[in-house]
Write a protein that binds this ligand. Structure first.
Ligand code: HEM
Length: 530
């Protein structure tokens, strides 16, 4: 045993034993084995020591570079982990921490020995939004790559640039107009569903129901497939979208799930996610191949009824280097980015209106006055008239931005606000904290849509309100989302009065890929006119 820890011991032994037992081959070979074993152990110990020293040196260098950035009290090697609250309280904490550093452009959160700079002040945001630098996403986004590949959300550099150029025309106003009908149809189904609950005086778990509606809308607009999620069809795909979104959200805040090998091979969550991803990928692959086989370009031009997928299939005919794999990445990206973000935003808006009855009545009055109690499908002119509703949506996205944090990776060594950054340093932009800056939004926790009636207050600062991010990597689906939010809300508000037994301050908010509620939130929808 002893020689396993002290390899030289066995080398001395070896010399002694070689002299006295040299003609005993068995003993000699066992001694050789011992020597080999000891050498291996010796090398392993040296390598581990070397790695530890390298790691300590790198930690020391990073610490020297980042120590001047303000942070909460930290412990060596632990950083700020001991101060971080559990998942249930994390969102509130992340909104509170920036208040300790009101005059700083950013602060540092040390996850063990790993510093993450969190930007909570719009003063330095320009560095990230106003130039072509720092447009790469932080490594945490690699978790969603298993689902989305390197589509528009996760790609960078030349690939991102080509895709963005290809897809931007798909969000042109005229094309979005084609999707208005789809949004109207699925909103009507939602209203019919809620009417049943209303007659039975039963509450509705809104996050779940709204997700099914927005999934139906994005399914038909992105893939041209009516998923009928609201009618409980395509159950396997719909369940997998929901489960995969949930598992990714959990993984995001659970460092013990970050290692790919351990996660996918040794944890139940990882195995479940792998299963869901297989179902999701094979569904979208089948849809793409079927749609490609039936694709008719003249149909596309004349009927003007098409999905985002058709735009990609048309592009493939002009540019054969665009593969089915590339198309699948973008379709999966739209399915992922285009449903949860809008669903949570609708849910927070309804909860805010349920709690602020005066504001709810004001929106309903605007709808009644402008749309004259009809149940007709909404036109783009209808949508333009409802200015107060627009303010309500904006204010709701201020308090509860669907993407509360976005991550960037520094693309080249640089200095920002007097601090040195190195390539690949991670930075999180805390949209939820930026939106609570008292300089621009006095009494920031108050739900006050009127602040958006007078946007002069903050219009001279382009980055103090950024629910859709800003600059080159802003949300490509912004106009689509705004139209969808308005249409669904009008359908609901012209039909129902909304109330909730749960106060918003008691709803536990979880800040992961999207800002959602930890538990079910029930809301009552009472029919306004029979
Ligand atoms: C209320 C609804 C929405 C909100 C608040 C929202 C917010 C955002 C934000 C903050 C980003 C930047 C993400 C980052 O840098 O990590 C983003 C990117 C993106 N969003 Fe949205 N989004 C919404 C709806 C949508 C919809 C409906 C679609 C698709 C139809 C969509 C597609 C995308 C895509 C593809 C990107 C990546 C753009 C790029 O990097 O070039 N989003 N969104």
């Amino acid at each position: 045993m002893i020689q396993h820890f002290f390899p030289f011991y066995s080398i001395q032994n070896f010399t002694f034993q070689t002299i006295y037992f040299s003609n005993n081959k068995k003993i000699l070979s066992s001694l050789t084995m011992n020597l080999v074993f000891d050498t291996i152990v010796y090398l392993i110990v040296i390598t581990i020591l070397f790695k530890i020293i390298k790691w300590l040196v790198s930690y020391y260098q990073i610490y020297q570079r980042k120590k001047n950035i303000k942070h909460l009290p930290m412990l060596p090697f632990i950083g700020n982990i001991h101060l971080m609250k559990p998942r249930k309280e994390l969102f509130n904490q992340l909104i509170e921490i920036p208040k300790y550093f009101p005059n700083e452009p950013f602060f540092c959160n040390w996850i063990g020995t790993y510093p993450v700079v969190i930007v909570h002040n719009s003063s330095v945001i320009e560095e990230f939004f106003n130039s072509s630098k720092h447009t790469e996403k932080v490594w945490l986004y690699s978790f969603v790559e298993d689902w989305l590949g390197t589509g528009l959300l996760t790609s960078f550099g030349e690939k991102w640039h080509r895709r963005r150029r290809l897809l931007t025309p798909a969000f042109h106003f005229e094309i979005l107009e084609n999707f208005r009908e789809i949004m109207n149809e699925h909103s009507e189904i939602l209203v019919q569903k809620f009417e049943k609950f209303s007659h039975e005086k039963k509450p509705i778990e809104i996050f779940k129901e709204l997700k099914l509606c927005t999934l139906d809308i994005i399914g038909e607009t992105a893939m041209g497939v009516n998923l009928e999620a609201q009618k409980n069809l395509n159950v396997e795909y719909v369940k997998s979208v929901d489960r995969a979104s949930y598992l990714l959200n959990v993984r995001f805040n659970s460092p013990w799930e970050w290692n790919d090998f351990i996660y996918y091979n040794l944890t139940p969550n990882g195995r479940q996610l792998k299963n869901c991803l297989n179902i999701l990928h094979s569904f979208t692959r089948d849809v793409i191949l079927k749609r490609d086989a039936e694709f008719d370009e003249t149909d596309f031009e004349i009927k003007k009824k098409f999905a985002f997928l058709d735009i990609l299939l048309k592009a493939k005919r002009q540019d054969p280097t665009l593969t089915f794999q590339d198309i699948q990445e973008e379709v999966d990206t739209f399915m992922f980015e285009g449903h949860d973000t809008t669903a949570v935003s609708l849910a927070w808006t309804l909860l805010l209106l349920a709690e602020n009855k005066d504001i709810q009545e004001k929106v309903q009055q605007e709808i009644d006055e402008n749309l004259a109690h009809t149940n007709k499908h909404l036109t783009s002119d209808d949508l333009k008239k409802l200015k107060y509703l627009e303010c309500v949506i904006k204010e709701s996205l201020r308090l509860y931005p669907s993407a509360p944090f976005i991550g960037r990776s520094i693309t080249e060594d640089c200095e920002i606000a007097g601090h040195k950054f190195k390539r690949n340093d991670p930075v999180l932009i805390a949209i939820c904290a930026i939106h609570r800056d008292e300089k621009f939004f006095p009494d920031p926790e108050r739900f006050d849509p009127d602040r958006f009636l007078n946007e002069n207050l903050f219009s001279n600062h382009p980055y103090c309100y950024i629910p859709f991010s800003a600059g080159r990597r802003n949300c490509i689906g912004q106009k689509f989302a705004q139209m969808e939010l308005k249409i669904v809300l009008i359908h609901l508000l012209r039909k129902f009065n909304i109330s909730s037994m749960t106060r918003l301050e008691n709803v536990i908010k979880v800040s992961e890929l999207t800002l959602h509620a930890l538990d079910d939130v029930e809301v009552y929808f009472e029919t306004r006119f029979s």
